[in-house]
Design a protein around this ligand. Structure first.
Ligand SMILES: Cc1ncc(COP(=O)(O)O)c(C=O)c1O
Length: 364
């Protein structure tokens, strides 16, 4: 008989210690208003389904290993060279490539917290240490602390998660001028923002910008993300990338989506309009929120007595949940525990949500 295999004991010691990333709830039954993981409420361009069904005929063949046609489209769209672009299985794949390239035992990665919780998980998988610089209540960018940190790689999200606030080119450039590591600016939500720092990539060799088709292009299920950086960095990432990291259907769907500019202009502008409608509603309620440039709003609910706090946000979360409205509660930090993050749905979904909030105020 085979000897009992003690997998846990065979696992590397640092792997035994880590907790995996916990994604937001993805309900498997219908009828939810899903405002918890910042997906787009509109469907992808009809061109995506057409391109994917045509591509079904080619599934016996491996995909283009470098996703070259996609790199070409993005190069011409953003005025960059093809050697400044890499494509990933979602932008998470690229964050993973970055950590695998620049972090390991004896080195560190860093971010400002609270932030996207995948960053420390990826560093932990590499047995790298992780530096966390806490935000203040204003969520202002601690430029000097980032510059002084010994991190090999430092992650910022802009628009920031969970606040939705963007950092200016000037702020980012002042970090890049003096920071000796790689600065990753995660622009997963940039298509909803007024400003991006894209052009800085031509100027700074220590900048990586990551982007996603999951949010603005309604393609979270297809898993396509990309990054812009100096050719030297892209070359390093390409060395460790899975040879076929983006499958045929995803490449075909992403190309079709990127070509349908008019469709996406319209749905992105709808999301922005609805975001501003929600901001006005929150103002009317007198609830504090950060000025979001993303497809979500982070707000601190007040109950009928005008009180805020973790119990209040929990009570609202639970009330909405019973009405099959799913928002995000971020209980892990005192800076976020009394807030809820609401993804921007379509007008009807937001209308239902604000009616449910009114009824919570009357009944809770
Ligand atoms: C800041 C940030 N970066 C990256 C991602 C993941 O993007 P993708 O779906 O392209 O992997 C998310 C998803 O919620 C996010 O909030």
């Amino acid at each position: 008989m085979r000897k009992y295999c003690k997998a846990y004991e065979l696992a590397l010691p640092h792997v035994r210690k880590i907790d995996g990333y916990v994604p937001g709830i993805q309900p498997q039954n219908n009828g939810w208003i899903k405002l918890n993981t910042n997906e787009n409420p509109y469907p992808p361009s009809p061109m995506v389904a057409k391109a994917i069904s045509a591509e079904l005929n080619n599934l016996s063949l491996y995909p283009n290993p470098e996703s070259k046609p996609l790199r070409k489209i993005l190069a011409s769209r953003f005025g960059l060279n093809i050697n400044q672009i890499i494509i990933g299985n979602g932008s998470d794949d690229i964050l993973n490539l970055l950590v695998r390239t620049f972090c390991g035992k004896g080195t560190s990665a860093g971010t400002i917290t609270p932030n996207y919780t995948l960053y420390p998980v990826l560093a932990g998988i590499q047995d790298s240490s992780f530096i966390t610089i806490p935000y203040d209540r204003e969520f202002s960018l601690p430029i000097e602390s980032i510059i002084d940190s010994p991190a090999n790689i430092f992650f910022l999200s802009s628009p920031n998660t969970p606040t939705g606030v963007t950092y200016t080119r000037k702020e980012i450039a002042s970090i890049l001028e003096h920071f000796s590591g790689i600065l990753v600016v995660d622009e997963a939500y940039a298509d909803f923002a007024k400003e991006t720092i894209l052009t800085l990539v031509k100027q700074y060799r220590n900048l990586v910008i990551t982007r996603s088709l999951s949010k603005s292009y309604s393609l979270a299920g297809l898993r396509v993300g990309f990054a812009f950086a100096a050719p030297e960095i892209i070359n390093l990432l390409d060395r460790i990338r899975d040879s076929y990291n983006v499958n045929r259907l995803s490449q075909a769907g992403a190309i079709a989506a990127l070509k349908d500019k008019l469709y996406y202009k319209e749905i992105i502008s709808n999301v922005i309009k609805t975001r501003e409608f929600c901001a006005q509603k929150l103002k009317d309620l007198n609830w504090f929120f950060y000025p979001s440039q993303a497809n979500f709003i982070f707000t601190e609910p007040l109950n009928a007595e005008g009180t805020s706090g973790p119990e209040v946000s929990q009570s609202l979360y639970e009330y909405l949940y019973t009405r099959k409205i799913l928002v995000r509660l971020l209980t892990s930090s005192p800076l976020t525990a009394s807030f809820i993050r609401i993804s921007i749905g379509n007008e009807k979904q937001m209308d239902i949500t604000f009616k449910a909030i009114d009824s919570w105020l009357k009944n809770a």
